[in-house]
Design a protein around this ligand. Structure first.
Ligand SMILES: O=C(O)c1ccccc1NCC(=O)[C@H](O)[C@H](O)COP(=O)(O)O
Length: 216
């Protein structure tokens, strides 16, 4: 089966339609972040989300880490999935699921070292999917995604082999490295932002090359 493709940093209704026309299974809509190129307003996230047809998932990327703030963020924009890009100190996944039973939860793991593998496998018990990215939450200004960098795919492969839930691979994916990434990691899905953009805009030629490189 071909990996699902999530196109992230969607910034308008038009970009969403273009990504879907190439075969995207999910769109990423980036809320407020401490850094990164893909942030849009919550009003724009809500307007894009309501135009997306049912088979395509809408991921709200939130940097909130308290359950009530995450719930309030989703209730403002009405996506069907929440992508949590930072660690939740209170591990409040069960509470969020109880409050939002029809919304899927995806936890981002920034893959840095062996501890990231342990963290991912522990959290795979709590969420609907994992997304392995290349940020650095330990910096003074947190880097929580959209870096354009690849990480250590051997660590990601170890997570995929043992995770109880589907795993998306992100971080620096492009048409010219995606097949190598698939072979190395065997993820359920792929997620990318900078690899299909030119000067911040979705680039149809790069989208075409990326989807073809994956085998669509
Ligand atoms: O793009 C951002 O501004 C951003 C900031 C903080 C968290 C996530 C962000 N982007 C969304 C994503 O999940 C990206 O698709 C993912 O990080 C991969 O990005 P890239 O390496 O540029 O393909």
């Amino acid at each position: 089966m071909l990996p699902k493709i999530k196109i992230c940093c969607i910034s308008s209704v038009d970009e969403g339609k273009i990504a879907i026309s190439y075969g995207a299974s999910a769109l990423g809509l980036v809320g407020y972040m401490p850094s990164g190129p893909g942030v849009i307003t919550d009003e724009m996230i809500a307007s894009i989300a309501k135009t997306v047809p049912p088979p395509v998932a809408t991921f709200l990327l939130t940097s909130e880490t308290r359950a009530e703030d995450i719930i309030a963020h989703q209730q403002k924009v009405h996506t069907n999935t929440i992508q949590i890009v930072d660690a939740l100190p209170e591990r409040s996944y069960a509470y969020i699921k109880k409050q939002l039973p029809f919304v899927k939860l995806v936890q981002v793991i920034h893959v840095i070292d062996d501890a990231s593998v342990d963290e991912a496998l522990e959290l795979s018990e709590e969420v609907d999917a994992l997304l392995l990215d290349s940020g650095n939450p330990n910096l003074a200004i947190k880097e929580l995604g959209g870096t354009g960098r690849v990480h250590n795919w051997q660590l990601s492969r170890r997570i995929v082999e043992r995770s109880k839930v589907p795993v998306f691979l992100a971080g620096g994916l492009r048409a010219d490295n995606v097949q190598q990434a698939i072979d190395a990691v065997q993820p359920y899905g792929l997620d990318l932002c900078s690899g299909v953009r030119t000067n911040g805009m979705l680039d149809k030629q790069k989208l075409d090359m990326f989807f073809k490189a994956v085998g669509y």
